[in-house]
Design a protein around this ligand. Structure first.
Ligand SMILES: NC(=O)C1=CN([C@@H]2O[C@H](COP(=O)(O)OP(=O)(O)OC[C@H]3O[C@@H](n4cnc5c(N)ncnc54)[C@H](OP(=O)(O)O)[C@@H]3O)[C@@H](O)[C@H]2O)[C@@H](O)CC1
Ligand SMILES: [K+]
Length: 491
């Protein structure tokens, strides 16, 4: 695959537009379907050579067309193949009708398909063109097959997974393997779709990279390619590779641990100096637990304003363990024109005061990152959260636009979106990352990046990636402390 396509995400609508552009440039669309079907057949033979029968399930559109090509290729290679169709195969049109003519065997109705113990199933029922909930007979077939521990190769997407959103349209195959074409789709990365794809292969069927790149809207998988330039610049301009002053705000005497965890993560992630800003009432407790991290008493907004006159303070993390309420709002509003990670209680504090925060962020030239998990996202963006039509990517994009902050919409499929339209989906987080204190560590890493001068989107994307890598390195029994110890180098 062309290297520039490796991290690209293409929605089904963009893919359809690219097909048209490819056809207009003189590329024969049937040859694309042929390449797609051959890639599926090759994957089936390579992955499941022990199958006694390949059962190819074909749908009413081009996904089905890929299935007929694959079925013919499998027979040519000597395999035992049976084809089952949903809908009337005689009603196929265009390339799919042409592909069907390649198939010389019988075509049985989908409803008659009885899985056998040594079957491998090729799922070519619906792919990118799925536009509504699956019809009942298809749902019944999926229910009959899922859970029987048969290998399933999905063509493009497991039938039932919406390629734009990753949501399930009534039911979906749980595939062992998915073969898609040219570039990944959002539904391959967003949950629950990602958990249904099995191993994912992206196969180049011959649409020129320039057409694919021109047709994509800049959706990306979060990898170092997105932000490594900024990391390299830091490396070059800082001989110690540690710089910037990060401030993390502590809660009261009963709630200091979260801030210290963020501070420790910030230090481990490369901030040159880290200060915990603590209420006087919690100074002794914080002092008893801090060594390399400094401590400063900050009790109220006037005290904060005076301290902020020191321009060497680079970036701020506000939220972990801080407490919800008026004080959090006053502190956050005072920091909007700086580099700020607003997390946890800092976000929840604005549940009833959203427009005040968004207006301040719109007016302020700072670098703001907000890191809501699903519950916090719904508190700050209730209308967007409720809209079942939008994908998680689209929700994060809308939230970034209306809030004027970079949004890190957390989860196993974290999405990072900036107000100017940049967006990335993260895919390197192990399930064990969902542990107490994990979010505090993430906020600290992003804060360190901001303190080092990275732009907000890149700071956030790099933070999410390093956090995921640290999770993988710390292993299944990770705690927030081992996570901090496992943060990998930035460059
Ligand atoms: N460049 C590429 O990427 C290439 C892609 N290729 C392949 O093409 C696939 C996309 O093909 P596609 O657009 O024909 O869509 P597909 O998924 O077959 O379904 C469409 C059909 O299903 C119907 N339909 C939809 N939902 C339904 C429902 N719930 N219940 C019932 N019917 C429903 C819909 O009818 P309609 O919505 O119009 O009523 C239409 O008839 C793609 O996934 C890949 O495998 C390759 O061939 C080569 C190049
Ligand atoms: K499919």
């Amino acid at each position: 695959m062309h290297s520039s396509l490796r991290d690209l995400l293409i929605t089904p609508a963009e893919m359809a537009a690219m097909d048209l552009a490819a056809a207009r440039s003189g590329i024969d669309s049937f040859l694309l379907m042929r390449s797609a079907g051959l890639a599926v057949a090759a994957a089936a033979l390579r992955r499941f050579p022990q199958a006694q029968r390949y059962a190819v399930l074909c749908g009413p559109g081009n996904n089905g067309g890929d299935g007929y090509v694959a079925a013919s290729a499998l027979v040519e290679s000597g395999a035992n193949v049976a084809v089952f169709a949903f809908g009337d195969p005689a009603a196929l049109s265009g390339d799919a009708a042409r592909a069907r003519q390649l198939w010389n065997g019988t075509i049985d109705p989908l409803a008659s398909f009885l899985p056998q113990p040594a079957d491998a199933i090729v799922d070519a029922l619906f792919g990118a063109g799925l536009s509504r909930d699956l019809p009942e007979p298809v749902v019944e077939t999926i229910d009959r097959i899922n859970g029987r521990d048969l290998p399933i190769i999905a063509v493009d997407l497991p039938t039932g997974v919406d390629g734009r959103t990753g949501q399930i349209c009534g039911a979906a195959f749980a595939a062992s393997h998915t073969v898609t074409f040219m570039a990944k789709k959002p539904g391959h990365l967003l949950l629950p779709g990602r958990s249904l794809c099995g191993a994912l292969d992206v196969f180049d069927i011959g649409i020129p990279a320039r057409i694919v790149l021109a047709g994509g809207k800049g959706l990306r998988v979060n990898t170092p390619a997105l932000w490594s330039d900024h990391a390299a610049r830091l490396d070059a301009s800082s001989h110690k590779f540690r710089r910037g002053h990060l401030v993390v705000f502590s809660g009261g005497p009963q709630a200091t641990g979260a801030a210290r965890l963020s501070a420790a993560a910030g230090l481990a992630a490369g901030a040159g100096l880290v200060t915990v800003a603590s209420p006087t009432s919690a100074l002794d407790i914080n002092a008893g637990h801090l060594t390399a991290v400094m401590l400063k008493a900050i009790d109220d907004p006037p005290g904060l304003e005076r301290w902020l006159e020191d321009s060497r303070l680079g970036a701020f993390v506000l939220g972990p363990g801080f407490g919800v309420g008026e004080r959090a709002r006053a502190f956050a509003l005072a920091l909007c024109d700086r580099a700020l990670v607003l997390d946890a209680d800092g976000i929840t504090s604005f549940q009833q005061h959203r427009s005040q925060l968004f207006a301040r962020l719109a007016a302020a030239p700072g670098r703001a990152v907000m890191t809501p998990h699903e519950g916090e996202f719904a508190r700050l963006f209730p209308e967007i959260a409720r809209d079942e039509n939008r994908s998680k990517i689209e929700k994060a994009q809308s939230a970034a636009q209306i809030s004027h902050a970079t949004i890190v919409y957390k989860g196993a499929d974290t999405v990072i979106a900036s107000p100017d339209g940049k967006v990335a989906v993260n895919a390197n987080a192990p399930p064990s990352l969902a542990t107490a204190g994990s979010g505090d560590v993430l906020a600290g890493i992003i804060g360190a990046h901001l303190a080092q001068g990275m732009p907000a989107f890149e700071a956030a994307a790099a933070g999410v990636w390093r956090h995921g890598t640290a999770g993988a390195k710390a292993g299944p029994g990770l705690t927030a402390e081992t996570l901090v110890a496992s943060i990998p180098p930035l460059g």
